[in-house]
Design a protein around this ligand. Structure first.
Ligand SMILES: *[C@@H]1O[C@H](CO)[C@@H](O)[C@H](O)[C@H]1NC(C)=O
Ligand SMILES: *[C@@H]1O[C@H](CO)[C@@H](O)[C@H](O)[C@H]1NC(C)=O
Ligand SMILES: *[C@@H]1O[C@H](CO)[C@@H](O)[C@H](O)[C@H]1NC(C)=O
Ligand SMILES: *[C@@H]1O[C@H](CO)[C@@H](O)[C@H](O)[C@H]1NC(C)=O
Length: 573
């Protein structure tokens, strides 16, 4: 569908730093900015500090990068409505990854190789500092092909205009390569080997075998498909938005490294977004660049043990190396859980998660994620509780914070292990959380937080732990229970959950939740397990929302830390 006519219809100004720059934007965007500032009361679910455009549909984060000291974020966007369609690359910039300024759309259909859509892709910074973007275009035959774009003016730190290579498409399905032309998309950031070859992977599938197709190039323009995929796995279906990057396997683990780095102290991560399940799974392993073989420690054959970035709503994520703060940052799309009718009614759909720093846990077995430290600049009015025993059945209100827009950290110490419920056989943790929600009394747990709670507890979302005794060990379950999150039942209220690799005999159980009107992002045991959920309370909105710590087990637990902050609104788009 041609969408170019909606561009450049109106002009308005925005403030960037101290200068006022005139930029061009659409009439639609302008009007909506006006309406939002004047009437937020009708929009109880709009977030205050999560990334989202003023209106319409947003999905995958694209091409995040740092250039000349500024962060750039592009995203899949429908300029025409609150449902998926007419996809372009919208573009925002930031100095701190929290406050964002919108620019004109960066990439939109304009040549045959992308005339039916500009889908997801990634940025690569070439030696010498030139950024380039590889993205998926939909051609006149509706084939998925890969295209290259580069900045028109590298002196412009805002990278406002992008030029497409006249050689596009650079990678395309053919009869010879047998690539499925409906399943060939989302190029990664490329990485450079000592042999002088760039490498990039593209998500694909053959029948039900998901695969990361590998291409190589010396000049970034002429790409040749490698003899074998970087990895594939039977039965996993389409691999969308692959991401492949190195992590440091030595102290200090939390230091991020450039995507082309490799060596003895480095492990690699392959993340794929499974179209069939709508989850982002990752594999940790060793990558031998000489023969381009990636060997994960745990593969998809080991099914239930394949890890996820997030056990709630979180998809199509992508990392970038931030050379300013030497960290790897993860961006992800958080879909709505409301009906399409409700999305159209409120005029928008989709947000991005708070950017997360991501690194290898010192066990070498899994990743750790933590909200970027910049988010703490939004914290105001701290509330701190002294150490306190929370008795079985007790509810503790956390007063003095704007509970619909807050950041809270809590840590528990448990002792009465004899009261742990016995788990007879291994059970899918999400199903276990569904069966044993917050309202099901337990032994050691459930204990945790009630967020978006209404005054009479008609509505609440419960994020909690429950400890089981299983095969002479203790198994820690982390759940996010949405079953009572709203009196409006037209939402997906599925309960989410995962087991956490933590030893409750020797470690505290910590939980941090970022709460923002219709989203709660929870980080268990210092970022070893994350669960994001979307909820749409009808009573617990704005200043009617309350926050509690709760314990619905028979065992007492000790709160060793409880700190909460109100969060300021960020300036977003
Ligand atoms: C390139 O960008 C710089 C910085 O914004 C600007 O001063 C210069 O005029 C631009 N050049 C062109 C050809 O637009
Ligand atoms: C190619 O991908 C499309 C879209 O998922 C699918 O419908 C079709 O069955 C695939 N063909 C093969 C041979 O896998
Ligand atoms: C987004 O949410 C809707 C409504 O819950 C669901 O039908 C759809 O499958 C979700 N898509 C993804 C990618 O999570
Ligand atoms: C705690 O358990 C009781 C009994 O099952 C239940 O009625 C109550 O709603 C639960 N509390 C919470 C916060 O779920």
């Amino acid at each position: 569908m041609a969408i170019s006519s909606i561009f450049l219809l109106a002009t308005f100004s925005f403030i960037y730093g101290n200068a006022v720059l005139p930029i061009e934007a659409t009439h639609h965007v302008y009007r909506n900015l006006q309406s939002l500032t004047s009437d937020s009361s009708n929009q109880p679910y709009r977030t205050a500090y999560h990334f989202q455009p003023p209106k319409n549909w947003i999905n995958d984060p694209n091409g995040p990068m740092r250039y000349k000291g500024l962060y750039h974020l592009f995203y899949q966007y429908n300029p025409k409505g609150a449902v998926w369609g007419n996809i372009v690359w919208a573009h925002s910039i930031s100095k701190d990854l929290i406050n964002w300024t919108p620019l004109d759309h960066a990439i939109f259909p304009s040549q045959p190789s992308d005339i039916n859509g500009c889908w997801s892709g990634s940025a690569t910074i070439l030696p010498g500092g030139k950024p380039v973007i590889l993205y998926t275009g939909i051609d006149p035959m509706k084939n998925q092909v890969q295209n290259l774009a580069y900045p028109k003016n590298m002196s412009d730190p805002l990278l406002r205009e992008w030029v497409k290579s006249p050689k596009n498409p650079l990678m395309a399905p053919t009869i010879a390569n047998k690539i499925n032309s409906s399943s060939f998309r989302d190029p990664t950031t490329a990485w450079l080997g000592k042999d002088g070859y760039w490498r990039v992977i593209i998500g694909s599938k053959r029948n039900t075998r998901g695969m990361a197709i590998l291409y190589k190039s010396k000049d970034f323009v002429n790409w040749v498909q490698a003899k074998h995929a970087l990895l594939s796995a039977q039965g996993t279906g389409m691999w969308e938005c692959p991401d492949f990057y190195p992590v440091l396997n030595k102290r200090p683990f939390s230091i991020g490294i450039d995507t082309s780095m490799n060596g003895d102290d480095v492990m690699h991560v392959l993340k794929v977004s499974l179209d069939d399940t709508k989850h982002d799974h990752y594999l940790v392993g060793r990558y031998n660049i000489a023969n381009d073989i990636f060997v994960p420690y745990i593969g998809f054959e080991d099914n239930q043990f394949v890890l996820r970035y997030d056990y709630g709503k979180y998809y199509a994520s992508k990392t970038t190396f931030d050379d300013g703060k030497n960290r790897r940052i993860l961006f992800g799309w958080v879909n709505e859980s409301s009906s399409v009718a409700d999305d159209i009614n409120k005029g928008w759909s989709g947000i991005h998660a708070i950017p997360r720093a991501i690194w290898l846990h010192n066990s070498g077995k899994q990743l750790v994620q933590w909200p970027i430290q910049e988010i703490e600049s939004l914290r105001v009015n701290p509330v701190n509780f002294p150490t306190k025993v929370l008795k079985g059945g007790e509810l503790l209100q956390v007063p003095g914070v704007t509970a619909a827009q807050a950041d809270v950290e809590i840590s528990f110490e448990v002792n009465e292990f004899e009261k742990a419920e016995v788990l007879k056989s291994w059970t899918n943790p999400q199903i276990l959380c569904g069966k044993k929600g917050a309202a099901v009394k337990g032994g050691l747990g459930p204990f945790g937080l009630l967020v978006f709670a209404s005054k009479g507890l008609e509505e609440y979302t419960a994020v909690f732990f429950r400890i089981f005794s299983y095969q002479h060990k203790y198994l820690v379950l982390m759940c996010s229970d949405q079953s009572r999150s709203s009196l409006h039942k037209d939402n997906d209220m599925t309960t989410y959950g995962t087991f956490v690799d933590v030893d409750p005999l020797h470690e505290k159980l910590s939980l941090r939740s970022l709460i923002d009107h219709s989203v709660v992002e929870s980080f268990g045991t210092e970022g070893r397990a994350c669960i994001t959920s979307r909820v749409y309370p009808t009573l617990a909105i704005n200043d009617k929302a309350q926050l509690y710590a709760f314990n619905n087990g028979t065992a007492n637990v000790k709160i060793t830390r409880l700190s909460a902050w109100s969060m300021k609104k960020a300036r977003i788009n």
